[in-house]
Design a protein. Structure first.
Length: 204
């Protein structure tokens, strides 16, 4: 890898760190508590205002449970296949599986919420920029958003503005599996519909 390629990789680290944190619905304070790196330093790393060094990147790779080469976006060699790794979220024991590999535009994930002691605990509310569209594949999902609660069952969908204080929890007696389309910039799903004659009726 030449000098220009190295510079290109390093320039992308800040956005990758922010994307990893947002995927886990974690705050800077949350990552600071796990990594031992101050929230101000984390913020400067995400914005590219702090130099990336091994003594910072190694604890962050451990905190996010990803290999260092994936954290910095080093080009893969040998096996050309894309390997999307499940991510464990400490809150409620949730597992998140990324369905696409990119760091711009809407993100698609599959979430699995287990039963057990973690599922019975009151979920912590999060607030951040963006918009989320949810589709439940299996089980019953409780969505708390803006002080209101909604139980979404398999085959049902819901959407909400993530600037509202929100959380997910298991509302049934079995694990919950659901898909999430998250637009960090507030992007929303645009639904195409058909009229009775089979023609396109428009976009909502």
């Amino acid at each position: 890898m030449n000098h220009d390629e190295v510079d290109g990789v390093l320039r992308s680290v800040g956005g990758r760190l922010r994307a990893l944190r947002q995927e886990r619905h974690a705050t800077l304070d949350d990552i600071s508590a796990i990594s031992g790196i101050s929230p101000s330093t984390l913020s400067r790393l995400e914005s590219g205002k702090r130099k990336y060094t091994l003594d910072l990147l190694l604890p962050l790779a451990a905190a996010y449970n990803v290999p260092l080469d994936e954290l910095v976006g080093a080009p893969q060699t040998g096996d050309p296949r894309i390997h999307l790794r499940p991510v464990a979220v400490p809150q409620q024991g949730r597992t998140v599986i990324p369905l696409v590999r990119h760091y711009g535009g809407p993100h698609a994930h599959k979430h699995v919420l287990p039963m057990g002691p973690a599922a019975a605990e009151a979920p912590a509310l999060n607030t951040h920029q963006g918009f989320n569209w949810i589709y439940v594949l299996f089980g019953r999902l409780r969505i708390t958003a803006g002080g209101a609660e909604l139980v979404v069952q398999a085959g049902e969908a819901a959407e909400f503005d993530t600037r509202l204080p929100h959380a997910f929890s298991n509302a049934g007696d079995q694990p919950v599996e659901f898909l999430s389309l998250f637009g960090a910039q507030g992007e929303r799903v645009r639904l195409k519909t058909w009229d009775e004659a089979g023609g396109a009726a428009g976009i909502s």
